[in-house]
Design a protein around this ligand. Structure first.
Ligand code: GLN
Length: 289
């Protein structure tokens, strides 16, 4: 069967788990990098079971209503909707985070920003702010790793802050304060040991945005160059870091040298870029002295 649209026809109504997965895999074949995994995760989600259930019960028959729900999810996936929006969840730093189309889906490479924050300050109390927190990924990961830190998580989108606060509540994380507003505006002159951010950094004309069309465009692109938000944060951070404090920024793979220049021009020292697991320049840190 080439199209997921026929899944719920009469012949398929008695399909087993194994048969439904096989058809779904074929339907996603050219439309996903991981058709098998996507099909399994969506069927497990439809059945409200762990993925391991599917392998343990390949012969189980699915009723028409279940097949219908599965078919509709498969259709959305085949049209490019990200899996995390279909299931409403994505794992980051071993935390199961709720996501909605109001927030960017957390990426594995953003864990590098978390790692750098943890490496820069290993024990003592610290005030740390995550600017543009989205679903809360960076702030919540740091808050669980360093229970003695006080985290501030900001976002200008109240819908995003709702998602982030819901995640904190569900995970029982109490050391994060949520503030709504653009970049530094809600901080009222407060200073921090670390400022971290994964701001929008994709240039407005970048063709990559097509593949990201289901995610909030304001979380992806700050303007024509892609550097706009990074520059605003590099300049503003000077007023919000304690002496010796660190700025940790995620950025695009070709932006490291422009960003380093902007940071040096702004008066930062010890500017250093780190590559993600794919070998791409991804996170730059700099110290304010
Ligand atoms: N890393 C994201 C992507 O290119 C972009 C995230 C961002 O702009 N902060 O898929």
């Amino acid at each position: 069967m080439a199209e997921p649209g026929n899944l719920a026809d009469k012949a398929a109504a008695q399909a087993s788990i194994a048969a439904a997965l096989a058809r779904a895999r074929a339907a996603l074949h050219t439309r996903s990098d991981s058709p098998q995994l996507d099909a399994e995760l969506l069927l497990a989600y439809t059945l409200r079971r762990p993925r391991s259930y599917l392998g343990a019960h390949p012969e189980q028959r699915l009723d028409v209503a279940t097949l219908d729900r599965f078919e509709r999810l498969m259709g959305r996936r085949a049209h490019g909707e990200p899996l995390a929006y279909l299931t409403g969840e994505r794992e980051f730093w071993s935390l199961a985070l709720a996501v909605t189309p109001d927030v960017l889906i957390p990426r594995p490479e953003t864990e590098l920003a978390v790692e750098r924050c943890l490496a820069l300050r290993t024990d003592a109390h610290a005030d740390v702010v995550d600017l543009g927190t989205g679903c809360g990924a960076i702030a919540l990961a740091l808050a669980t790793e360093r229970p003695v830190w006080h985290l501030v998580a900001t976002d200008r989108s109240s819908a995003a802050l709702d998602v982030a606060q819901g995640n904190a509540r569900r995970l029982g994380i109490n050391n994060v304060e949520f503030l709504r507003g653009d970049w530094f505006k809600p901080l009222n002159g407060r200073r921090f040991e670390i400022i971290v951010s994964n701001p929008p950094y994709v240039a407005a004309a970048d063709p990559a945005l097509t593949a990201l069309r289901f995610e909030p465009v304001t979380a992806l692109t700050p303007g024509n160059t892609g550097m706009e938000a990074l520059r605003i944060i590099a300049l503003g951070a000077r007023e919000h870091l304690v002496p010796g404090g660190w700025l940790v920024l995620e950025h695009g793979t070709t932006q490291a040298s422009d960003l380093a220049r902007a940071l040096v021009a702004a008066g930062f020292t010890r500017v250093r870029c780190y590559a993600d697991l794919a070998g791409h320049d991804r996170v730059t840190e700099a110290q304010w002295t």
